[in-house]
Ligand binder design. Structure first.
Ligand code: DC
Length: 238
C-alpha cells in the first residue's frame, strides 16, 4: 500500500493518538491540535474509507476477503490538508479525488464492515506506523493508542453521547446538502459503535494509559486547548 501525507509544519516531534467513536468530534479536534502544534494530521478513517470506496467503485465483491485484501495491498492513497477554514482532509485514490464520495452513509457502513478483515487491518496498521515513525503527528482513528502507536507520547480517547454525535453528523451532512433523518443517523451510529467495539481484531477500546475525555460539556476549542495542555505536560516530562 502506498500512502502519502503532507506535513502542516515541523516542531520537536511527539506522537499524539486520538481515538474514539464516530461523530465524537475527533476530526475537528485532531486537525486543530495538529494546526496549533504544527504537526501532521493523519485521518486513518479516511484510509479505510478510501479502501471501501475503491472496492465499491471497482465492483469488487465485498464478501471476497482475498480480493478485498488485494485492493488494500494495491491501494494508492494520498491525504492532503484541506482549506484553512475547513477541517477536512482532501483524499485521493490514484488520480481520483474522493474527499466527498468516501463520506456517504453507504460508504461509512461498508468501511466499518471491511475494517473487520484482519488482512486489511494488518496492511493499514503497517502503513500508519510508517507514517508515525518520525513523530510530529496527530493520528486519529479507533486503534491508534492500542495497536498502531502503542508508545505514543500522548493518548486521548474522545467520547460523546450517541445523541450528540447523531446531531453533529446530521449538521455536517446538511452542510454538504445531504438530508438524513436524525433517527436513521442515531441507529447507524449505535450499529457502527457496536461493530467497531466488538470486532475480534483491534476493537475500539481506550488504551489503558489514555486520557478519556467526554466532549459533551465542552466546545471544540476547549477540547483542543485541553489536549494542547496535555501535550505541553508530555513535552515537559521529556
Ligand atoms: O473515523 P471514520 O468514521 O472516518 O472511520 C470510518 C470507519 O473506519 C469506522 O467505522 C471504523 C474504521 N476505522 C477503524 O477500524 N480503525 C481506524 N483506525 C479508523 C477507522
Amino acid at each position: 500500500m502506498a500512502v502519502k501525507s503532507s506535513a502542516i509544519g515541523t516542531r520537536r516531534p511527539l506522537t499524539i493518538a486520538i481515538d474514539g467513536p464516530a461523530g465524537a468530534g475527533k476530526s475537528t479536534v485532531a486537525r486543530q491540535v495538529a494546526r496549533a502544534l504544527e504537526y501532521t494530521y493523519i485521518d486513518t478513517g479516511a484510509m479505510y474509507r478510501a479502501l471501501a470506496w475503491t472496492v465499491h467503485h471497482n465492483g469488487v465483491p465485498t464478501d471476497d476477503v482475498d480480493a478485498v485484501v488485494t485492493v488494500a495491498d494495491e491501494l494508492d492513497v494520498r491525504l492532503m490538508p484541506g482549506d484553512t477554514d475547513e477541517f477536512t482532509t482532501r483524499v485521493f485514490v490514484g488520480d481520483d479525488e474522493v474527499t466527498e464520495s468516501i463520506r456517504t452513509p453507504a460508504i461509512s457502513q461498508l468501511t466499518s464492515a471491511l475494517s473487520t478483515i484482519p488482512g486489511v487491518r494488518v496492511r493499514m496498521v503497517d502503513a500508519q506506523r510508517r507514517m508515525g515513525l518520525g513523530g510530529g503527528v496527530v493520528m486519529e482513528g479507533r486503534d491508534i493508542g492500542t495497536v498502531v502507536l502503542p508508545s505514543a507520547d500522548l493518548k486521548v480517547f474522545l467520547t460523546a453521547s450517541p445523541e450528540r454525535r447523531a446531531k453533529r453528523r446530521q449538521a455536517e451532512l446538511a452542510e454538504r446538502g445531504i438530508a438524513i433523518p436524525y433517527d436513521t443517523l442515531l441507529r447507524e451510529i449505535v450499529e457502527r459503535d457496536t461493530r467497531d467495539a466488538s470486532r475480534d481484531v483491534a476493537p475500539m477500546v481506550p488504551a489503558a494509559d489514555a486520557h478519556i475525555l467526554d466532549s459533551d460539556p465542552y466546545t471544540a476549542s476547549e477540547v483542543v486547548q485541553q489536549i494542547v495542555n496535555w501535550h505541553e505536560e508530555a513535552l515537559a516530562r521529556g
